[in-house]
Design a protein around this ligand. Sequence first.
Ligand code: SF4
Length: 413
Amino acid sequence: MSKAAKRVEIKAQKRLKSLVRDYFLNLDAAADDSDRKVAWCTSVGPCELLVAFGFEVYFPENHGALLGARKVSHEYIPRAVGEGYCAESCSYMTSDIGSSLAGYSPLTEAFGIAGPPKPDVLAYSTNQCREVQDWWSYFGRKHDAPVVGVCPPAHLGAITPDHVKFVRGELVRIIERIESHFGMKLDHAKLEEAVALSSKASSLWRDVLDTARARPSPMTFSDGLIHMSPVILMRGSQIAIDYYEDLLAELKQRRDDGVAAVPDERFRLYWDGMPVWPKLRELSDKFFDLRAVIAASTYCNSWAFDEYDGGDPLDWMAKTSIEIFINRDEGFKQSFLTEMFERFDIDGAVFHNARTCPNNTNSRFGMPQRLRETLDKPVVVFDGDLSDVRFFSTAQTMTNIEAFIEQLEERKR
Ligand code: SF4
């Protein structure tokens, strides 16, 4: 690509920085305030319930990603290994536990706070993996706080009313445990409000991701990774909605003005699997230089839920929590990926085989081969990890990506 080609920064990013800062400062203040309570929650866990109860909600996976992005995870993982956690289990979990043992947090450098807020309760859903249950249990023991969770049926094809009913029942049990432990009473109007806000933010997030259908695409995968924080951290709040309304307007304007995330866009790619947080910039620069835009991804799409239609909010939570991609069977996943390839006019796909997250890796049971054959699209698989750089070879991955783009060039010719 010509040396003159430059990224045109998405303006909303400046505001995002201050929103995320406010979010963490508020959590920190809540942890020090005896009148307020903090809940830890998995990324697609029962967040809306916690919001309705009045907890400030913190998401430890985000801390794992921050440790990865700061390129320090591998320094702390050995501390968790010393406590009996396998070095090949989730590196979000091991780096988070290890950094806690070492008394380190990237939140200190970023926001001047001591670290993650102490939890009053920890809530999880194993809709993504069982690792979160053990991770939360570790911190439940450490902070002497109750751990509540949902273990929904996994690897689902079609979602049936029985699946939804079962998960709804688990949510009711969480409500009962919180009510009896804290002497609280759930306000159902507040739950409806939290679900409506959550669903609205999620719909806007889907619209944001959809702007990448345009040629050239006004955003790429790395932009999605930056801008997805509100739909996770601020779910159930008006703040997330306001942010995505502005971001969507900006991206639509970029699309209409022909502003490209990757100038001279030549190839449109799909990213499957976890991001490689410590190598985000290098990978993003490589694709930029090769004039390839990653127009869609499984990961960013994980928080694009179905809309809430005003019915039973617990039904919506139950259904939403089990219909996410990671909780589905191979057949559903293949259909979903096929649809995404068509929807975003994809030329080829990049599959990340994340060593410590088999749960969010889809290259282990023949999926890349099946897509290659049925869609006649080139697919590349590379080995790496979400956080632990010891599983990632920069030189080898970059060579694989270059060869893959050459293959796409060849087909174009
Ligand atoms: S889905 Fe993967 S990365 Fe996320 S918590 Fe589970 S094992 Fe870790």
